[in-house]
Ligand binder design. Structure first.
Ligand code: COA
Length: 150
């Protein structure tokens, strides 16, 4: 399989099982509740514009996905910033350019909607993921995420 046989399309509610399966393979832990919450937000709320995408192989199997949020404010005015929540590529199909393809299509789509900046949170210790985002031209922002145990 090469990236030229990969098709990127908008995510549909029917993709739920495929996403949970890929996420489980990537993280080695199942978290369907997280995706139930995300899908409710993405497909049942009118406040968010559909931007999440999946990658299909030549047989129509979902091998990767990217989820983001673009909040549609009052009067349908888009915010200029969007977020990228989750990206995942089936470990059997990684290192073939699918992750890059998903990011490129996701950003192209957001650009046509007027979005000028995209944010994502990455674990400081996840050096592989930081490297991936860095090679896709993401860089550290000027705000930092503060936390405190309570
Ligand atoms: C990060 C992630 C999305 C990357 O997906 P991917 O499809 O492997 O991404 P790409 O193929 O575009 O790029 C990965 C690497 O493969 C290399 N590559 C791309 N096409 C290639 C090809 N044809 N041949 C060889 N290498 C290639 C890229 O140069 C890149 O290398 P680099 O990271 O050293 O720069 C994937 O590893 C993943 O899902 N990780 C887990 C993410 C996670 O924790 N998500 C939260 C839960 S789902």
């Amino acid at each position: 399989m090469t990236e030229s046989t990969i098709k990127i399309r908008l995510m549909k509610p029917e993709d739920f099982d495929a996403l949970v399966r890929i996420d489980e393979k990537v993280l080695k832990a199942s978290r369907p509740e997280y995706y139930e919450m995300k899908f409710d937000k993405l497909f049942k709320s009118k406040d968010f514009l559909p931007t999440s995408l999946v990658a299909e192989d030549e047989n129509g199997a979902v091998v990767g996905f990217i989820m983001g949020e673009l909040y549609m404010g009052e009067y349908g005015i888009f915010r200029e910033e969007a977020t990228l929540d989750t990206i995942g590529v089936d470990p059997d199909h990684q290192h073939k350019g699918i992750g890059k393809l998903l990011i490129d299509e996701f950003l192209d789509h957001l650009k046509t909607l007027g979005v000028q900046k995209i944010n994502t949170l990455v674990d400081w210790n996840d050096s592989k993921l930081i490297h991936f985002f860095s090679s896709n031209r993401f860089s550290p922002s000027k705000s930092i995420n503060l936390e405190r145990n309570i």
